[in-house]
Design a protein around this ligand. Structure first.
Ligand code: F6P
Length: 342
């Protein structure tokens, strides 16, 4: 059996741990051989692959990024994209493909499996934690840890200058990173895409924090939207899956706060620092287990499935289930943390 592996979409801490888990178990226990396709779907589209064996995965467990490279290449937008992928898989004598990706990459994997009979297994990855069918995606815990550390640091500088610090975090249209890091970091307001925010309410939280002689920290998800108005964007460009590039709302909110409260407000946009560097222990643990279970699914011939975390168990679900619906923050959960605002 020869297995292809690819990592697609935005990179995410833990990708290398998955690759290592797949290869170690596949070689040692099943005597499989592997190739790694480069840069997400670009690899199988263009037949660009590298050998993957045990020496190739040594030492990569704690490394951020992906040794295979990644991209947001969308084969469904390329001429004869699916046909080219099938031809290149056949040319490389690949019997099965393990696709490690988020909503977009796995969306293509689901179509390849369900409509074109390609033998695919999916592994869920994204710092956004917005894939349904799995309790957590790997990468999320690391991103939350980085954002929490940043918030901790921003508290002390905010206090020294008695100014507002607005922290914009990633997460696309889901508020998971904002909610978890905001709660862990003791933010005075957390604004998420699932619930439009009222600028006057935010200003009143800010003012009440100042009245208590502390400086406020406002955590805002990049996809959060004001109650009155449109999504605030720095630039409205789209990626190859048609998603708008988010960011800009933090800067906009700081200006609104300054204008309405007269207090100085600054913005920190955490950006890609949330995705870079070494994965947390939890993400290494989860990613490794996903890798081990993905190769087991290949061995069982259980194609069209994605490995997923349910409680502490790794289960298999149809890939299409994972991409059918975005997993967003439940209003009740958001309400629960509201006690800390202001
Ligand atoms: O999906 C992961 C993510 O980091 C989002 O949180 C963010 O909106 C997006 O990717 C950024 O993508 P890019 O790195 O392509 O700008």
């Amino acid at each position: 059996m020869r297995v292809g592996v690819l990592t697609g979409g935005g990179d995410c801490p833990g990708l290398n741990a998955v690759i290592r888990g797949i290869v170690r178990k596949g070689v040692q226990e099943y005597d499989y051989s592997f190739i790694g396709f480069k840069d997400g779907w670009r690899g199988p589209l263009e037949g660009d692959a590298v050998p993957l064996d045990i020496p190739a995965v040594r030492g990569i467990l704690p490394r951020g990024g992906t040794v295979l490279g990644s991209s947001r290449t969308n084969p469904l937008k390329e001429q004869n994209g699916i046909r080219r992928i099938k031809e290149n898989l056949a040319k490389s004598e690949v019997d099965a493909l393990i696709v490690i990706g988020g909503e977009d990459t796995l969306g293509v994997a689901a179509r390849l499996a369900d409509e074109y009979g390609v033998r695919v297994i999916g592994v869920p990855k994204t710092i956004d934690n917005d894939l349904s069918a799995t309790d957590y995606t790997f990468g999320f815990d690391t991103a939350v840890g980085i954002a929490t550390e940043a918030i901790d640091r921003l508290h002390t500088t905010a206090e020294s200058h008695m100014r507002v610090l607005v922290v914009e975090v990633m997460g696309r249209h889901a508020g998971w990173i904002a909610l978890h890091s905001g709660l862990a970091g003791g933010a005075n307001a957390i604004l998420i895409p699932e619930q439009r925010f009222d600028v006057d309410q935010v200003c009143s939280w800010v003012s009440s924090r100042f009245r208590a002689s502390y400086a406020p920290i406002v955590v805002i998800a990049e996809g959060a939207m004001p109650r009155d108005g449109e999504m605030v964007l720095k630039d409205g460009s789209l990626d190859s899956y048609g998603h708008v590039r988010l960011s800009g709302v933090g800067e906009w909110l700081a200006k609104q706060i300054e204008d309405r409260t007269g207090k100085e407000a600054r913005t920190t946009v955490l950006g890609h620092v949330q995705r870079g560097g070494t994965p947390s222990a939890f993400d290494r643990w989860l990613a490794t287990r996903f890798g081990l279970h993905a190769i087991e699914a290949v061995r069982d011939g259980d194609f069209g499935k994605m490995v997923a975390l349910r409680g502490t168990d790794i289960v298999r679900v149809p890939i299409a289930d994972a991409t059918a619906r975005l997993k967003t923050v439940d209003p009740e959960l958001y309400e629960e943390v509201g006690v800390f605002f202001g």
